[in-house]
Design a protein around this ligand. Structure first.
Ligand code: ATP
Length: 451
C-alpha cells in the first residue's frame, strides 16, 4: 500500500487492480483535479539503473502517443524504491476480465473492440513504437461507451533504438508471441498484429489458439511450428483473423489494414475521436528502477524453470543435418563416435562402436552448463544441428542473456539420458530445477524438459 500522497501530488483513493508487476491505484491528481491510475513498478531486488533507463525511455515514447484508443501516460516518477507510472484513468474492464466473467463474446463485438485497439496500435506504429505485449489484459473496454483502449506501453520499445537487452523474448507473454518472435526474431509492428489477432481469436473462441502451458517454451515451440487453428465461431471476423494470424510476417496484414477489416466486420461505426488529452507533464528525469523488470522476472521464473527447455521437443528429427562433432572449449573429454541412437529409447539400438561410459554423457552436460551463461558460443557448439535449428540462435542468446549464473547441483546418466539438477540465479533470485537431456554423438540432441 503506497503512502496516502504519492510525489506530493497524487492522493491514493483505492486499488483498482493487480497485474504481474504489482498494483494499480486510483488516485486523484490534486494539482490538476482529475482522477488518474497510478501503477507502481520496480522495487525488485537487483534491478539496475540500466533497467530504469530503459523503462523511463519507454515511458516517454508512450507519453508521446496521444490517441483516443491508447491509454495516455501522464507522468513517470521515482519515489523511494519505486517508479510510479501515472496514467489516464479509464473506468473499464479488461477484455481478459470480460472473457473470464462473461465467456466468449459475439464476433461483431469483438471486431469493434479489435478495430479500436488496432487504430491505437496503428498510430503507435506510425510513430515507430511497437507495443510488444498486446494481450486481453492490456485491452481496457470503457464502461461508459464500450470503446476499447490499449494500455501498458510499459514494455514498448521504439523500433531501431539501441537495444539495452539482447532478449526481446523475455519481455512479453508467450501465448501471444508471433511465430517469428518464437524463433528468436525481434518484435515488429507485424508481431503486434499477430498478438492482437490471438487476443481476438481468444475473445470469440473462448481460448487462445496456443494455450498457455506451464512450460513457456513449449508454447513457443508450438507457435513456431504449428499453424494457428481456424476459428469456428468468428463469423465475419474469420477473414480478418486469418490475415492477422498469417504465420508469415511479410504477408500478414498491417495494423492499419487490420483496423479497416475489423471495422468492416463490426456492426457499429467508428467512434468519434475524443478530444486530445491535455498535454501530459514531461516525464520525470531518469533516475532508477524500471517497469519492465517485474514482467521480465515473471517470465524468467518460467524460463529459468525451463532452463534450456526449448531444447525440448524430443529428439532430433531423423532428417536433421548431422552436427559437427565439436563440443566447445569447456569439454576435455574425447568425442565419442557412435551411430546416432534416437534416445531416449527403451531398447538400445545395436551399435557398431563401443558404448562410451555413462559418465561421459554426464560430464558433457556438466561441461555444457559450465560454459553458460558467459560463453554462449561454446554452449551453442555443444548442441546438435537439429537442436540449433529448432531453437534459433537469437532465442538461445536471448535466454542466456537473462541468466546471471547457472550451477550444476547434481548430474547422473543412464546411457545417453542425463538427469541434471540446476540452480539458476537471476537478479539475486535463484530457481532450481531438474531436467533430462539426451546426448547423441557427443552433442546435446534433446531435452525432455523439467522432470
Ligand atoms: N489506466 C487504467 N485505468 C483503469 N484501470 C487500469 C488502468 N491500467 C490498469 N488498470 C487495471 O489494473 C489492472 C492491473 O493492471 P496491470 O497493467 O498491472 O496488469 P496486467 O496487464 O493484468 O498484467 P501485466 O503486469 O502482466 O501486464 C488491470 O487489469 C486493469 O483492471
Amino acid at each position: 500500500m503506497p503512502r496516502d500522497l504519492i510525489a506530493g501530488r497524487y492522493r491514493v483513493e483505492r486499488e483498482i487492480g493487480r497485474g504481474g508487476m504489482g498494483a494499480v491505484w486510483l488516485c486523484r491528481d490534486e494539482r490538476l483535479g482529475r482522477p488518474v491510475a497510478v501503477k507502481q513498478v520496480g522495487g525488485l531486488p537487483g534491478e539496475s539503473s540500466l533497467h530504469l533507463a530503459r523503462a523511463l525511455r519507454e515511458a516517454r515514447h508512450s507519453a508521446a502517443l496521444s490517441h483516443p484508443n491508447v491509454v495516455a501516460l501522464y507522468d513517470a516518477l521515482e519515489e523511494g524504491d519505486h517508479v510510479w507510472l501515472v496514467m489516464e484513468y479509464v473506468a473499464s474492464r479488461t477484455l481478459d476480465a470480460m472473457l473470464r466473467e462473461d465467456g466468449p463474446l459475439p464476433p461483431a463485438r469483438v471486431a469493434a473492440i479489435g478495430a479500436d485497439v488496432a487504430d491505437g496500435l496503428a498510430a503507435a506504429h506510425a510513430l515507430g513504437t511497437v507495443h510488444r505485449d498486446v494481450k486481453p489484459s492490456n485491452i481496457l473496454v470503457r464502461d461508459e461507451d464500450g470503446h476499447a483502449l490499449i494500455a501498458d506501453f510499459g514494455i514498448a520499445r521504439t523500433v531501431g533504438q539501441e537495444q539495452l537487452t539482447r532478449s526481446g523474448l523475455v519481455t512479453g507473454t508467450p501465448a501471444y508471441f508471433a511465430p517469428e518472435l518464437a524463433r528468436g526474431d525481434e518484435p515488429t509492428p507485424a508481431s503486434d498484429v499477430w498478438a492482437l489477432g490471438v487476443s481476438l481469436h481468444a475473445a470469440t473462441e473462448g481460448r487462445a489458439p496456443y494455450d498457455d502451458q506451464v512450460n513457456a517454451l513449449a508454447v513457443l515451440n508450438a507457435i513456431a511450428h504449428d499453424p494457428p487453428p481456424e476459428p469456428t465461431r468468428a463469423g465475419p471476423l474469420t477473414g480478418p483473423l486469418r490475415r492477422m494470424l498469417d504465420p508469415d510476417p511479410t504477408t500478414r496484414a498491417t495494423m492499419q489494414e487490420s483496423a479497416a477489416a475489423l471495422r468492416a466486420a463490426a456492426t457499429r461505426p467508428a467512434p468519434t475521436p475524443r478530444p486530445a488529452p491535455e498535454p501530459p507533464p514531461a516525464p520525470a528525469p531518469a533516475r532508477r528502477r524500471g517497469p519492465v523488470m517485474a514482467l521480465v522476472l515473471v517470465l524468467l521464473v518460467a524460463l529459468a524453470g525451463l532452463g534450456g527447455w526449448w531444447l525440448t521437443q524430443g529428439e532430433d528429427r531423423p532428417d536433421a543435418p548431422t552436427a559437427s562433432p565439436g563440443r566447445g572449449p569447456a569439454s576435455s573429454t574425447p568425442e565419442p563416435t557412435r551411430t546416432p541412437s534416437r534416445s531416449p529409447q527403451p531398447t538400445p539400438t545395436p551399435d557398431p562402436t563401443p558404448e562410451p561410459p555413462a559418465g561421459d554423457a554426464a560430464s558433457l552436460v556438466s561441461d555444457y552448463y559450465a560454459t553458460l551463461p558467459d560463453d554462449t558460443d561454446a554452449g551453442w557448439a555443444m548442441l546438435s544441428a537439429g537442436m540449433q535449428a529448432r531453437i534459433g540462435r537469437g532465442t538461445y542468446d536471448g535466454f542466456w542473456a537473462t541468466i546471471d549464473d547457472v550451477a550444476v547441483d547434481e548430474v547422473s546418466a543412464d546411457g545417453d539420458v542425463v538427469r541434471v539438477t540446476l540452480t539458476y540465479t537471476t537478479d539475486g533470485r535463484t530457481e532450481q530445477e531438474t531436467r533430462e537431456l539426451t546426448v547423441t554423438d557427443g552433442l546435446i540432441s534433446a531435452d525432455s524438459g523439467a522432470v
